[in-house]
Design a protein around this ligand. Structure first.
Ligand SMILES: [Zn+2]
Length: 323
């Protein structure tokens, strides 16, 4: 069993103008770290397919999806909201980003790999059912989770979000009554901070933990142990999704928290342990934020290395003794 690494060159062609922090160099930084470490040679590397409109409409209103397909520019930039723009490659990049999650679900459910990391952009967790927001066009992780529930016969999945920003779009989608029994969302995020949501849980399936600026590994560890893990244990998710943003890193340009690579390794191990008990070890992780290129690359590598090396040790040493 192994780890899938899913990406696509189209995700490098989406860009939103000079100086925008959500830039193609982010994916290059992740890729460079992966190559330098030789980790890529151990992974099942796959190219993301295009999500089709019906996949997107499981979590987005049909009108919104149709409108994005229609207004995608053929030249120049189209500003969707204050933070999010499309260039002529953005529609395909957004469809690849969502499609990567669908492919990852297929991979882990078929047993071709134990877990998967999707190195994609644009990110997704701010996209609501009806609008783009915060660099996000389609909610990639929500599209993948809904696909797993609708098409793979699963009854319960968890979405864990450790991006520094609250995943308001994912919360909007899965706090709807029809999703509540099937989805548990667990997150921590800097507060008060963009998008200034998450402190009032709209539904009982949301475990949102606001943390003050400056919070580091100790605060995150306490929050995860006190709130995430008991909720996950009780919910018994059959598949775990991760909104893997690395902008809570100490060196990040946008975030004000103080996580380090070791903290991402610790979180990843905790989630792998939950997946081992309840989800046949299945995890689908999708890149969200992370804006200091070096910190992003190192953190993503630490996360994927943990997923991969623990996956390789399946059946022998388990999760103990993994460095
Ligand atoms: Zn973020």
């Amino acid at each position: 069993m192994t780890t899938a690494y899913i990406t696509h060159p189209d995700c490098l062609r989406h860009e939103m103008g000079a100086g925008h922090p959500e830039c193609p160099a982010r994916l290059h930084a992740v890729d460079e770290q992966m190559r330098m470490s030789s980790l890529l040679e151990e992974l099942r590397c796959l190219e993301a397919p295009l999500a089709d409109a019906d996949d997107l409409k499981r979590v987005h209103c049909a009108d919104y999806v149709d409108r994005i397909f229609e207004i995608a520019p053929t030249e120049g930039y189209l500003q969707l909201d204050a933070d999010t723009a499309m260039n002529p490659h953005s529609l395909n990049a957004a469809r690849r980003a969502a499609g990567a999650g669908i492919m990852a679900v297929d991979e882990v459910m078929a047993g071709r790999c134990q877990n998967a990391f999707c190195a994609v952009r644009p990110c997704g967790h701010h996209a609501t059912p009806v609008q783009s927001m915060g660099f996000c066009i389609f909610n990639n992780v929500a599209v993948a989770a809904a696909y797993a529930l609708d098409q793979k016969g699963l009854e319960r999945v968890a979405v864990i979000d450790f991006d520094v920003h609250h995943g308001n779009g994912t919360e909007d989608i899965f706090s709807a009554a029809n999703w509540q029994p099937k989805v548990l969302m667990a997150s921590f995020f800097q507060h008060p901070f963009y998008p200034y949501s998450g402190t009032v849980n709209p539904a009982s399936n949301m475990v949102n933990i606001p943390l003050a600026a400056g919070s580091g590994g100790d605060a995150v560890m306490r929050a995860v142990e006190a709130q995430w893990l008991p909720a996950l244990e009780q919910f018994r998710p059959q598949l775990l999704f991760i909104s893997a943003g690395f902008d809570a890193h100490r060196e990040d340009l946008l975030g004000g928290m103080a996580l380090e690579e070791d903290d991402y390794i610790w979180i990843t191990r905790q989630l792998m342990s939950v997946a081992e008990r309840h989800a046949d070890k299945r995890i689908v992780s999708m890149l969200e934020g992370g804006y200091n290129l070096q910190a992003l690359g190192r953190s993503a590598l630490a996360h994927v290395e943990t997923l991969a090396h623990s996956a390789r040790l399946q059946g022998s040493a388990g999760l103990q003794g993994v460095s």
